[in-house]
Design a binder for this molecule. Structure first.
Ligand SMILES: [Zn+2]
Length: 137
C-alpha cells in the first residue's frame, strides 16, 4: 500500500523540525503526532478533520487507516496537512529572515527543489486523474 509511504512524506514534512520545541504553541515535542492530535495552534483545522473522519482518534495509525477508506477522508487529511505545511513554511520563512533564528534546514531538501509529497492511486480505479492526487512543492 503506497499510501502509507506517501503519507509518511507528509508527516515527515510536518514533523521535520521534530524533537525541537513547537514554534506554534511552545510544546517541547514538535512531532507529526503533536501537530495532528495535540497542538493548540491547529484546533480549528483539527475540528474540521475530526468531523469529516467521524473519529476523534488521531493516532497516526488510525488516521492513515481512515484516510485510505474514502476519497473524502483522504481529501480532509490532505487539506489539513496542506494547511499546516503551508502555514509552517510561511512561519519558517519569517524565521529565516531573522538573523538570530536558529537554522532549521534539517530535511536535506534544497530551497526551490521540488518534492512530490503525496500520491493517491487506489487499485480500484483505472483513471489516476480521477482519484489520483499529486502535490508538488
Ligand atoms: Zn504545538
Amino acid at each position: 500500500m503506497t499510501g502509507h509511504g506517501c503519507f509518511g512524506h507528509y508527516l515527515y514534512r510536518i514533523g521535520k523540525e521534530g524533537s525541537e520545541v513547537c514554534h506554534e504553541c511552545g510544546e517541547s515535542d514538535d512531532t507529526a503526532q503533536h501537530t495532528l492530535a495535540d497542538c493548540s495552534r491547529w484546533s480549528a483545522q483539527r475540528q474540521e478533520l475530526v468531523e469529516v473522519l467521524g473519529d476523534g482518534d488521531l493516532s497516526l495509525h488510525n488516521v492513515v487507516d481512515r484516510m485510505l477508506c474514502s476519497e473524502r477522508n483522504w481529501a480532509a487529511v490532505a487539506s489539513f496537512c496542506e494547511t499546516v505545511i503551508s502555514q509552517k513554511e510561511a512561519a519558517e520563512r519569517v524565521r529565516e529572515e531573522d538573523p538570530n533564528a536558529p537554522s532549521i534546514d534539517v530535511d536535506g531538501v534544497a530551497e526551490g527543489e521540488h518534492v512530490t509529497v503525496l500520491t493517491y492511486s487506489p487499485i480500484r480505479t483505472t483513471n489516476p486523474g480521477q482519484y489520483g492526487r499529486l502535490a508538488t512543492y
